[in-house]
Design a protein around this ligand. Structure first.
Ligand SMILES: [Zn+2]
Length: 132
């Protein structure tokens, strides 16, 4: 359940590599399909971002061997929302309360399955607060 995923055109990717071109002020991220292990998918893409981070352009470079996986997308989007909610909430707020607020009664995943992810997000937040 990695959290460093990005989404383009209804597919989810992991960042595989990153190159910075200082002369052109441009960052290039090389992306691999997040389903490459499960489906042996060779789907790849390239994301170019300027140094301000404003102009993003995504180019698919290798096709996927599967259609967009709507359940994976729903889970990815839900996790992004949960991550932000955990980061924004005070650490005394129970994780289950945050989960219930974000899911509003419909969630792609059970609390017990996602709570370790939420706990990691919270731990990171506490660590940052202690060291900074
Ligand atoms: Zn794929």
């Amino acid at each position: 359940m990695g959290s460093s995923m990005v989404e383009f055109d209804n597919f989810t990717y992991h960042i595989h590599n990153h190159r910075t071109n200082l002369k052109e002020g441009k960052h290039t991220f090389y992306l691999l399909c997040s389903m490459r292990n499960r489906y042996k998918c060779k789907g790849r893409g390239k994301l170019e971002v300027d140094s301000e981070g404003d102009n993003r352009s995504f180019t698919p470079t290798q096709p996927h061997n599967h259609p967009p996986l709507l359940e994976e997308l729903a889970l990815h989007r839900f996790k992004l929302k949960l991550k932000k909610a955990v980061e924004d909430a005070d650490t005394i707020v129970p994780l289950r309360t945050i989960f219930e607020e974000v899911s509003q009664g419909s969630s792609p995943v059970e609390f017990k399955e996602i709570s370790p992810f939420m706990a990691r997000v919270r731990k990171k937040k506490e660590y940052v607060r202690v060291v900074s």
